[in-house]
Design a protein. Structure first.
Length: 670
């Protein structure tokens, strides 16, 4: 019997590292505050000695007959205490010994003054002047930052000296002894209590700061781990496409500013689909890992960057230029993989081992200001290598009259894509994990060349955005999704990816409203997916457009959450209906750290109150994990692949369709 959905999330992970014991915390407190306490004690003693010497004027008024003796006592104690303090500070004495010096100075200051003062003939003046001793208790408890035991001991000694002096100078004066004795005891009690509270507060402040520091360190480490996960390929451990794109921009910037030449090399595993089909995906993953390790080892002397650019496609960035150097490096990689002799007996080209095709392009003079051109040239070189029998190396030749910038061809193609019916939509189902029913369908754009060969979205979408073709293509895709799926009732909701350029275009919301009216579709049946990878700060026009779309009933989803640096800003600035977590975090759940990262992201989104959709579900284990995390909606090959609209409805009646629906439906069963 299937287990029901859990009612709560898994327990939060333990903090990074173990918290110190109380003894260690106290030791840390003493160590951390050592310098501050020493400086405060030194400063306090100087001020105290200055005030102590100023009281000589009171001696002159009240005890004139012993003014010389009391003044000498004050000078001896005050100067002696300062000299001792400066010697200790110069020798680097710890704060606890400086505190002890100050405590002894307080006791000596009172005792050395009290002894000559009791010899005065001005007994009546001395009766009231004896209250002066309470100041020394206050200093021990309030002025200096003594530890509680030291302040109590100091105050007790001062109080004992007072009691001794009263018994010697004013014997038999019971009421005086009671009155001033009570005053001293009250001062001792209250100031000691205040000292205890102050010490406790200081320690509590330190504990709060220590906890905040621990949390900050933990958050920083998790942030670094999250950053590493989002920039590392889950399978091979090398840079993923996001990370390699950043390295590409850095290399291009260095080329533009300082002329540091580099080459872009694309490496594709030959007949990898056949390998996967024959030996299974686990063997395919192992093959990719072995190829990665071999390439990494071969590239070590060149200080090159290796990244995974696609399923079985790798990219290498190396600071080598010129035809001979680039060709030598490419040939090294090709021969390295060939020498591995990994068995692949399903090939039909006479070979029975794993090989790679390599295409490369390199920076040169007069190649233009566009990075995309260099990537396109490397891609064309790779295409040429595959077209010429595979297991070979091809370099882009700018002097070849048959070579051209493929992006320009695609840009021209996009202008006529709608009229020539070269663009189409496929739809991938999205399932409600609680009910197991189809909750929505995501519309995905596809493009083909004039000869019918497909063009990948990763290639033509950036070109469409760069040339502005995405605006007309985007409106077409919205209308087509309404006609294909919503007007016919094939899906309750359709999500369409919307580019920031569309949101910035004037009249976009009005154009969408017109489409809804003409197709008879209610706005609540549409959802627009907005990619996280743009900065929202200052994008008031985008926010305004999103608000206008919301008034039409359209749901706004945040796509690819966690892959950029603007996700938190987006969540703060706009209340998204659904947040779509990028599949890379799901793929990283093979490790405990990856699972923890995904759980933290889910917790963050859930606190904001958004629905959560996770894409890329490909295995039963991943689906079970989503149930544990109580995800709202899921999407992936396990439940259904992108299909044309005419197949979308029929898929439920086929065996494979029933299996996919069953996989999603298990989440709703006990």
């Amino acid at each position: 019997m299937k287990q029901p959905l859990p009612q709560t999330m898994e327990a939060a992970p333990a903090p990074l590292g173990e918290l110190p014991t109380p003894a260690e915390v106290w030791k840390l407190y003493r160590t951390r505050t050592e310098e501050t306490r020493a400086a405060a004690t030194r400063h306090g003693l100087w001020v105290s000695v200055f005030v102590y010497l100023l009281f000589a004027f009171s001696d002159y008024v009240l005890l004139q007959d012993v003014i010389v003796e009391t003044t000498i006592a004050r000078l001896v104690v005050g100067i002696g205490a300062l000299v001792m303090m400066e010697i200790q500070v110069a020798s680097g004495t710890k704060a606890q010994w400086l505190d002890l010096t100050c405590a002894l100075a307080l006791i000596a200051g009172y005792g050395f003054w009290l002894y000559p003062a009791t010899g005065t003939a001005e007994i009546d003046n001395l009766r009231f002047y004896m209250v002066f001793g309470a100041i020394f208790m206050m200093g021990a408890n309030l002025f200096f930052s003594f530890e509680f035991w030291l302040s109590v001991v100091t105050s007790c000694v001062v109080m004992a000296m007072f009691a001794l002096a009263v018994s010697q100078v004013f014997p038999g004066e019971f009421y005086y002894s009671v009155a001033f004795g009570t005053f001293y005891i009250a001062c001792f009690t209250f100031t000691s209590y205040v000292n205890w509270r102050l010490n406790r507060e200081r320690y509590q402040v330190f504990l709060n700061a220590l906890e905040a520091e621990h949390q900050h360190r933990e958050a920083t480490e998790r942030g670094r781990a999250l950053f590493r996960l989002s920039h590392t390929d889950y399978l091979t451990g090398i840079d993923n496409r996001r990370a390699i794109d950043q390295r590409l921009r850095d290399c291009w910037s260095a080329w533009q500013t300082s002329g540091t030449a580099f080459s872009v090399i694309l490496v594709d595993v030959d007949f990898f689909k056949k390998y996967n089909d024959c030996y299974g995906h686990q063997a395919g993953d192992r093959c990719l890992v072995l190829v990665t390790n071999a390439l990494n080892e071969a590239l070590l002397p060149y200080n090159a960057s290796l990244g995974r650019y696609g399923g079985e496609e790798f990219i290498v960035l190396a600071e080598v230029s010129g035809q001979q150097q680039v060709r030598a490096l490419c040939e090294l990689m090709r021969s390295t993989v060939e020498r591995m002799a990994l068995v692949h007996d399903q090939r039909r080209d006479g070979l029975s081992i794993i090989t790679v095709s390599v295409g490369a392009a390199y920076t040169r003079e007069q190649m233009g200001p566009k990075l995309e051109r260099l990537i396109s040239e490397a891609d064309r070189a790779l295409y040429s290598a595959k077209a010429n029998g595979r297991n070979c190396v091809r370099l882009f030749d700018p002097n070849d009259p048959h070579s051209s910038d493929e992006s320009e061809n695609i840009a021209a193609l996009l202008k006529v894509a709608i009229s020539r019916k070269l663009v189409s939509l496929v739809y991938q189902p999205i399932y409600n994990l609680e009910t197991g029913a189809v909750a929505a369908a995501e519309a995905l754009m596809r493009l083909k060349m004039l000869d019918g060969s497909p063009v990948g979205p990763a290639l033509f979408i950036p070109i469409a955005e760069r040339t502005g073709s995405i605006i007309s293509l985007g409106l077409w895709s919205i209308r087509q999704a309404c006609e294909d799926m919503l007007a016919t009732g094939k899906a309750p909701l359709v999500s369409v990816n919307v580019s920031p350029l569309q949101l910035k275009a004037r009249g976009f919301a009005a154009a969408v409203k017109t489409i809804l009216q003409e197709t008879g579709v209610d706005g609540s049946q549409l959802a627009f997916e907005i990619t996280e990878g743009i900065d929202m700060e200052g994008q008031s026009d985008i926010l305004r457009c999103l608000k206008e779309l919301e008034t039409l009933g359209i749901r706004i989803w945040l796509d690819d959450f966690g892959t950029g640096f603007a996700g938190l800003s987006w969540l703060r600035l706009f209340n998204f209906h659904t947040v779509k977590i990028d599949r890379s975090f799901l793929l990283d759940c093979d490790t405990q750290m990856g699972k923890t990262m995904l759980r933290d992201i889910i917790s963050l989104i859930r606190h904001r109150g958004n629905r959560i959709l996770v894409e890329g579900i490909e295995t039963e284990e991943q689906l079970a994990l989503m149930r544990r995390f109580r995800i709202d909606d899921v999407q992936g090959y396990l439940m259904g692949r992108p299909v044309p609209p005419e197949v979308f409805g029929q898929d439920a009646t086929t065996d494979s369709g029933k299996q996919r629906r069953s996989a999603a439906g298990r989440a709703a069963k006990a």
